[in-house]
Unconditional design. Structure first.
Length: 291
């Protein structure tokens, strides 16, 4: 959580410090006092600004595009198509999708974030720790198995990231901010391995299937992706992760997302998850975090 001093908060809000002190005295602005100094959490200031926003009579808030952005996932892509929800997909990576969602450009975003240090639920924290998402709801889509994708037969005998470094294996990576890239950085830190020790294949692969194709084509020896995209390749499991959908509370109740959620409760959805492999959809559609 970022904390502003009085001077920083006044500059952030484009107010004079005197006016800021008046708001504090009137209990009209979120703040806290620590060791005699007033501090202002940025996330709370963002919520305060949003709550006090006024629009001319008859002016409606801009409607987001009927698109689910964020991370790519084969099961999600299939479900959007088969559900008849009318929602399209725009896979750009977890952090990019979250930024586009914050700006109001898309109706929902898919994310699988990973902390670089410590534990905790990174997806939940990303929404709860940001005032711009005060009205956002987090929905479970699936738990996914992530691991090393390898050439058939695993010719280099790669079972860990330490093996990747030791064998000087060429590793295909995802763009900065993609969930799989955050996972790679997290696993490297846990293993005490520096990113610079890897033999990176350029350019970054836009999606998991692109990593799989790089390995099939012989341009890379390995890469991190889900079991679902490992068709025809060897797969060494590394971890299970949360893959969730974030949407605004108002949009959650509207037909497109409700149509997708209904479809996620069908036997066809569960069967497709089993067919692809590496999914646990037992809590699909459940609310994991709400305003």
């Amino acid at each position: 959580m970022r904390l502003f001093t009085t001077t920083e908060a006044a500059e952030y809000l484009r107010l004079k410090e005197r006016k800021l002190y008046e708001l504090v005295a009137e209990d009209a602005i979120p703040c806290t006092k620590v060791t005699g100094k007033w501090l202002f959490p940025q996330s709370e200031l963002d919520r305060w600004l949003a709550a006090n926003l006024t629009r001319p009579k008859g002016m409606q808030a801009a409607e987001p595009m009927p698109i689910v952005g964020g991370s790519h996932d084969p099961l999600l892509e299939w479900a959007l198509r088969e559900s008849g929800s009318g929602l399209a997909t725009l896979p750009e990576g977890s952090e990019t999708g979250l930024a586009r969602f914050e700006q109001g450009g898309i109706v929902a975003t898919a994310l699988h974030l990973h902390p670089l240090s410590g534990a905790g639920d990174a997806n939940v924290h990303a929404l709860r720790g940001h005032g711009a998402f005060a009205d956002a709801i987090l929905l479970a889509f699936a738990r996914r198995e992530q691991g090393l994708l390898l050439a058939p037969g695993n010719p280099l005998r790669l079972n860990t990231l330490a093996d990747v470094v030791r064998q000087k294996a060429r590793i295909a990576v995802r763009p900065k901010g993609a969930g799989a890239q955050l996972l790679l950085l997290s696993l490297l830190k846990q293993s005490g391995i520096g990113f610079e020790q890897l033999d990176i294949v350029a350019p970054p692969a836009p999606t998991g299937p692109d990593i799989a194709q790089a390995i099939r084509a012989g341009r890379a020896d390995c890469g991190i992706a889900t079991r679902a995209v490992a068709t025809g390749l060897d797969f060494v499991p590394l971890t299970w992760e949360r893959f969730d959908l974030a949407a605004r509370y108002r949009d959650y109740f509207r037909p497109p997302l409700q149509g997708l959620l209904r479809f996620m409760a069908t036997p066809a959805f569960a069967a497709r998850a089993r067919e692809l492999g590496g999914y646990d959809v037992s809590d699909a559609g459940q609310v994991r975090s709400a305003p």
